[in-house]
Write a protein that binds this ligand. Structure first.
Ligand SMILES: Nc1ncnc2c1ncn2[C@@H]1O[C@H](COP(=O)(O)OP(=O)(O)OP(=O)(O)O)[C@@H](O)[C@H]1O
Ligand SMILES: [Mg+2]
Length: 505
């Protein structure tokens, strides 16, 4: 059984705007397994980025998580306090974006940008201290967060009531009163626990401080003892050296030994410093190692250059290096190649594939182009209007997809030979201020049934790994298969690139 590393459950996100609530993500669920590449594919505006920004904890300020869970390491990320989230964001979960320039600071040397986070968060004793009272501290912070979320949810409900045209003035007033009472009770309930939680965390902190103090003394004593031994050795050698003939072989050897001991003392001091904090040297060494890993040539020289001295592809490599510095478990790639030209695109995709394999990373790969993920995704989810409408293994999506929207996406992949798109999808996605009632794609779907306009389809099972939300899979629906013109095209697509497509080994 593969290890599940991230679980998104019924994630529902809206944005407050002057025109009302934009329902950007509407009940998205998926699992991410260790070491897999999971692609999320859909047209512009389908909610791909918003879903993943929620995982990263970087939603825009007007965004609200209305419902759902993001479970990672026994924690629900949607309910974490800001401070707690910091420990995960960029450390365990890294993200790279479409435009490498916007993620880089143009006025800062790239070496500094690569090492910055490591140095800023590099106070090891402070981190150790925090780890020691982490649980109690975050129990307290998460309770504060729960109160904040409760208030936001309340405001959200108020807005819903105010905007609901089916309610009379009186009904609205009643509902608002009702909500107010519920809110008051729930928040008072939360607040009751606060003082005890605070006291517990302050006690834990006090204990942690004295423990770390003890550890510091211990560490320094051990290291200083080792350094003193070396210094004594050095002194003895020096005394002997003074008595030697400067032209003798023995003198040369002794001199070499002294040099070595000096180096050992230097190393021991650096090791001691590293126990307390990340040193510049340590960060530099790691940066150079990772710049090599992402194939930036001449990293020692490049370390001291500015972003403008890099090509687009090289900049994206720098951005990937920054993400890798924290040794993340999950890497979210949001259209990382869209801004690059085709040959460079291929190189960056290969690089992502390679580091994924080497590091056993779990990758979420976002794109609007199914062609991009054909030879890199293990599984694919297709998103439309804030929902996943179909998901399955790469093979299932390419050869046996069931949702007409997936067919539409497949037919808009540019042809390998002619580079032209078969068809572009007619119509436009719905306005997410007013999401349609049934299958949101019905308006644009030539196979739409009457029920598609009335009721949202549930997921129908195609195989253990393959599900699609389309009424076409209902037993009473007319049998419709993937249009031949698309399946033929995919067959050609496959034949053209045998040994490359679907080659995930
Ligand atoms: N801060 C915001 N305020 C209001 N609406 C927003 C905000 N951010 C995103 N949206 C809306 O949420 C919906 C989903 O956007 P999202 O960025 O996730 O799309 P996407 O699938 O990533 O598209 P693209 O391929 O263009 O990147 C869109 O309708 C978008 O307009
Ligand atoms: Mg996006």
């Amino acid at each position: 059984m593969k290890e599940k590393i991230l679980e998104v459950k019924n994630l529902t996100i809206s944005f407050k705007t002057p025109n009302g609530l934009v329902r950007a993500v509407r009940g998205v669920s998926f699992d991410l397994y260790k070491g897999e590449t999971f692609a999320i594919v859909g047209e512009s505006g389908s909610g791909k980025s918003v879903t993943n920004r929620a995982i990263m904890g970087i939603l825009a300020r007007n965004g609200i998580i209305d419902d759902g869970e993001i479970n990672y390491r026994n924690q629900d990320l949607t309910k974490l306090s800001e401070a707690n989230f910091h420990q995960i964001r960029g450390k365990k979960i890294g993200m790279i974006f479409q435009d490498p320039l916007s993620s880089l600071n143009p006025t800062m040397k790239i070496g500094k940008q690569i090492t910055e986070a490591m140095l800023v968060n590099g106070n090891r004793m402070k981190n150790r201290l925090r780890d020691l009272y982490h649980v109690e501290y975050h129990d307290y912070l998460n309770k504060l967060q729960a109160i904040r979320l409760e208030k936001a949810a309340y405001q959200n409900k108020m807005m819903d009531i105010k905007l609901d045209e089916s309610l009379s003035k009186k009904e609205k007033a009643e509902k608002i009163k009702e909500q107010k009472a519920v809110k008051k009770e729930r928040i008072e309930n939360f607040k009751k626990d606060l003082p005890a939680l605070k006291e517990k965390y302050l006690e834990a902190k006090k204990r942690a401080v004295s423990q770390v103090k003890k550890e510091k003394v211990e560490l320094t004593r051990e290291n200083n003892a080792a350094i003193n031994d070396l210094k004594n050795k050095l002194a003895t050698k020096r005394t002997r050296l003074n008595k030697m003939d400067q032209n003798s072989e023995a003198y040369k050897n002794a001199l070499e030994e002294i040099r070595q001991i000096r180096q050992e003392i230097k190393d021991a001091k650096e090791q001691l410093r590293r126990k307390f904090k990340v040193t510049k040297k340590e960060a530099y060494e790691k940066a150079i190692r990772i710049m090599r890993e992402v194939n930036i040539p001449d990293p020692e020289k490049r370390f001291h250059q500015y972003p403008f001295q890099f090509s687009g592809g090289m900049r994206q490599r720098v951005v990937i290096a920054i993400a890798l510095m924290a040794d993340p478990e999950i890497l979210i790639c949001d259209e990382p190649t869209t801004a690059l030209d085709v040959t460079i695109q291929g190189q960056i995709l290969d690089l992502i594939k390679q580091i994924k394999k080497e590091r056993d990373l779990s990758v979420i790969f976002i794109t609007h182009d199914l062609g991009v993920v054909a030879n890199m995704a293990d599984r694919i989810a297709v998103m439309y209007a804030g929902k996943i409408v179909e998901y399955g293994t790469s093979e299932e999506i390419f050869y046996n997809s069931k949702h007409p929207y997936t067919w539409a996406l497949l037919s808009s992949v540019p042809d390998l030979d002619t580079k032209v798109k078969l068809v572009s999808i007619p119509g436009t996605p719905p306005d997410m201020l007013f999401p349609p009632k049934g299958d949101a794609f019905a308006e644009r779907n030539e196979y739409a049934l009457k029920i598609d306009f009335e009721k949202h389809p549930p997921f129908f099972k195609v195989s253990d790994t393959h599900y699609a939300a389309t009424w076409l899979l209902h037993e009473n629906a007319p049998r419709v298969e993937m249009p031949k013109i698309i399946s033929e095209r995919i067959a050609r697509f496959k034949a053209r690139s045998v040994g490359e497509q679907f080659d995930k080994e």
